[in-house]
Design a protein around this ligand. Structure first.
Ligand code: HEM
Length: 408
């Protein structure tokens, strides 16, 4: 049964009526795809709308693994595959091994000089990056409706804590000293994630809950991956620029490059990967900005993210403060959609004092420090919020291919 028929059958079967109340707002891109492949790292391409492209190379291989019951054994073998330079473990099905050997190759256009500069940038700006990955990208992912729904109804949706630490791992791996080097882990994380995404494409269309709430028939198109991608580097760089953090051109280019490579390693075609920041911003304006919207599933994920601080004893990191920071970063419309309450002290504090705080912190000539205790409070917040995010990485994390959806 193909995806469409299966979907129709599930819907017609009436299994799903009760979930209709979740609402089916149209959150797919409304405009036709007009972003030119000339703006991409490939420099040319078919121009096909990435909403209609998934990952055929991985999808078939993983679907067959699931159907033939081989996933538990594969997961066990892959648990030992942790370093980029490590050979694949013996005993993998040959079709999977061939795919992974192909998928682990770095793109021809990799610029290792830029990757080294990116390491410098990540070191220098680790504090800001931690906070922004965690609370700008992380919270934004909850208002990307297709991502929120697929995460919520997939297996990982039942243990959000675990799910958040795994996504945090990717932000950590890309920022680590040896991200793409032989002793690093970024290539492994990307290739495993590519397999997980392929599994999700096979599994979610079998979930009555997902079928009922989703607009698409198969999740995680190339368009969707780029939407999420923009919630990461494009959004992080936008905030750093808004905060007027001085970033030399070559560092900003290098940071972009490390994420261009990540997109390629996650299976995105080169013709969809922006070649420059202006190209990235123009693509984000088309694919990300118009679709941001709170959904019931996203609101639950957001609530869980905001409660992270409760896990560790860092007095300043409370749910209302993290909520206020989210409002500051993502704006009132999104914060209200996620039912984040207004915070009488922190909302104005962030609005009026964050800019001066960063300026003083960055040693901008003539910057006037925020009044009273504000500098100290914001500095404390910045350090502890980054720690909260990193604390999610305490446990050894193993990315595993799922074999089922969330048990609702
Ligand atoms: C799994 C990262 C795009 C939905 C994962 C994992 C990582 C990851 C690291 C493995 C962790 C885990 O197993 O939970 C990324 C990155 C993306 C991206 C860096 C883009 C740059 C997307 C998109 C969607 C999506 C666009 C949906 C529209 C999922 C789902 C899982 C997953 C449902 C599996 C959760 C589970 O059941 O365990 N992703 N992802 N991802 N991702 Fe993504």
């Amino acid at each position: 049964m193909d995806g469409l028929n299966r979907r129709d059958a599930l819907k017609a079967g009436g299994v799903l009526g009760a979930l209709g109340a979740l609402g089916l707002a149209t959150t797919a891109r409304a405009e036709p795809w007009s972003w030119s492949p000339e703006e991409s790292v490939a420099g040319s391409g078919s121009g096909v709308d990435p909403l209609t492209v998934w990952d055929p190379e991985a999808d078939g291989v993983v679907a067959r693994l699931i159907e033939s019951g081989q996933v538990p054994r594969v997961n066990e073998l892959l648990r030992t595959w942790t370093r980029n330079g490590q050979p694949l473990p013996d005993g993998l099905p040959s079709e999977l091994r061939d795919f992974m050997e192909y998928a682990r190759r770095m793109p021809q256009w990799t610029d290792y000089g830029k990757l080294n500069t990116a390491i410098e940038f990540n070191k220098k700006r680790g504090l800001y990056l931690g906070v922004l990955y965690g609370f700008a990208s992380g919270m934004m992912s909850t208002v990307i409706p297709k991502e929120a729904r697929s995460v919520y109804y997939s297996k990982g949706g039942h243990d959000l804590e675990d799910r958040i630490s795994k996504t945090a791992k990717l932000g950590y791996d890309i920022g680590s000293n040896n991200a793409y080097a032989a002793d690093g882990e970024m290539i492994i994380t990307c290739v495993k994630t590519r397999l997980v995404h392929a599994a999700v494409r096979h599994l979610l269309p079998q979930s009555p809950h997902w079928v009922q709430s989703a607009e698409e028939d198969v999740p995680i198109s190339q368009n969707d991956i780029m939407v999420t991608w923009h919630s990461l580097p494009t959004t992080v760089m936008k905030h750093l620029n808004n905060w007027k953090v001085p970033i030399p051109h070559h560092e900003s280019e290098a940071f972009l490059h490390s994420w261009q490579v990540a997109a390629h390693m996650l299976g995105v075609r080169d013709e969809y990967i922006p070649k420059s920041w202006p190209a990235a911003n123009s693509q984000a304006a088309q694919v990300l900005d118009p679709i941001l919207e709170a959904t019931p599933e996203g609101a639950k994920l957001a609530d869980r993210l905001l409660s992270l601080g409760a896990n560790i004893d860092l007095a300043i990191i409370t749910k209302p403060v993290l909520g206020s920071f989210t409002r500051f970063l993502l704006g009132d419309k999104i914060a209200d959609g996620l039912a984040i309450p207004r915070e009488p002290v922190w909302d104005p504090l962030l609005r009026f004092s964050w800019g001066p705080f960063i300026a003083v912190r960055e040693g901008v000539l003539g910057a006037v420090p925020p009044v009273g205790d504000a500098y100290w409070l914001l500095d404390e917040f910045l350090r502890k919020a980054a720690l909260t995010y990193l604390a999610e990485l305490r446990l050894p994390i193993s990315i595993e291919i799922p074999t089922m959806n969330r048990d609702m």
